[in-house]
Design a protein. Structure first.
Length: 338
């Protein structure tokens, strides 16, 4: 699991699942038409829900940037795509989201209206600024509009790169990977827009709607439907990013099925979950020779436990056989497999 892409996927899944944890609180409030959890839990619910929502958007942007670097700059990418940098970026995303949501923690509170209690964000208002309008635009820009623009730009560049490189790769595996990546990119962007665009449009419309419009039932229904769409995105994201990623599935199997002896490590790509690593012609044969050589050395080390042994070495130029005797303290000498 210690790969760059898998770290991003893991943090994205964590943010989405923590966002879904708030769903029971929302359903309870809708059923009883009141908030029964108190003022402290109101602040915690509002703040954590917003943090997870923003973190999910930031991680989607980071993953699109990671795809762009891996595909469009393959030579320079190993310098920047390391596990340490990935951990630092994930920590930065969580921290930045928490800092951006400080106003929600400050102004989230409960309000008693007769027998009912509501949990909401009560923004300050004055003659110069409407707090609710300002924060809605602030959250819409940083939490949706800007990440969406960056995601579209990065994935557009990735698709353009794949189209330029794709026709040169005649192998069926590379063509299949090209189609799979293109489909995955379009699916991710489409689902993200479908789930979050209605939500933010409803937020902006309700914020700037005149207070005396008298559309309470319609407004409630619209917020309910768009809110369900936003939660649906958090439920779908782990499926799109994890179960459509071959490396993540293999890493998951390795972590939870004790598959150390099932050659799962040999099947894992060296770090590109969506794009296979291209190697030169003899790399696979070299790996096979190294594996065979390692196995041969293990056998010989077992045989070296005896007092003496005879190693047969083939001379490359003259083809003559040389016999050398050695004991088990000469392991550092070069041993050629028989």
């Amino acid at each position: 699991m210690q790969t760059v892409t898998n770290m991003y996927i893991l943090n994205l899944a964590l943010a989405d699942e923590m966002f879904l944890i708030g769903l029971p609180f929302l359903l309870t409030t809708m059923i009883y038409h009141s908030w029964p959890f108190g003022r402290v839990m109101c602040k915690v619910y509002m703040t954590t829900t917003s943090i997870n929502q923003f973190t999910s958007s930031l991680l989607l942007t980071v993953m699109s940037a990671d795809r762009y670097v891996a595909v469009c700059h393959p030579i320079q990418s190993p310098r920047y795509r390391t596990p340490f940098i990935a951990k630092f970026i994930c920590l930065t995303a969580w921290t930045l989201s928490a800092l951006l949501m400080v106003p929600i923690y400050m102004y989230a509170s409960i309000l008693k209206t007769g027998p009912y209690i509501s949990c909401n964000i009560y923004w300050p208002e004055n003659a110069y600024m409407n707090g609710e309008m300002a924060f809605t635009l602030y959250a819409f820009t940083l939490g949706f509009a800007l990440p969406l623009v960056l995601i579209l730009v990065f994935y557009f560049l990735v698709i353009c790169k794949l189209k330029r490189v794709g026709p040169k790769n005649k192998s069926k595996e590379k063509k299949r990977t090209h189609r799979k990546v293109t489909y995955l990119v379009l699916t991710v962007v489409t689902v993200y827009v479908i789930c979050w665009l209605p939500y933010w449009c409803a937020q902006v419309w309700l914020t700037f709607m005149p207070p005396d419009s008298g559309q309470n039932t319609f407004s409630f229904t619209m917020m309910l439907l768009t809110g369900c769409l936003s939660y649906a995105n958090s439920a779908v994201n782990p499926i799109l990013y994890a179960f459509l990623s071959d490396n993540f599935k293999k890493s998951f199997a390795k972590a939870f099925t004790c598959a150390a002896g099932r050659e799962v490590n040999a099947q894992l790509h060296v770090e590109n979950s969506f794009f296979p690593k291209t190697t030169r012609g003899g790399s696979s044969r070299q790996g096979d020779r190294k594996t065979e050589s390692t196995q041969g050395l293990k056998v010989k080390c077992h045989e070296m436990e005896q007092s003496t042994a005879v190693t047969v070495m083939k001379h490359e130029k003259e083809g003559q056989l040389v016999r050398n005797g050695f004991n088990k303290q000469s392991l550092e000498s070069e041993v050629t497999q028989v």
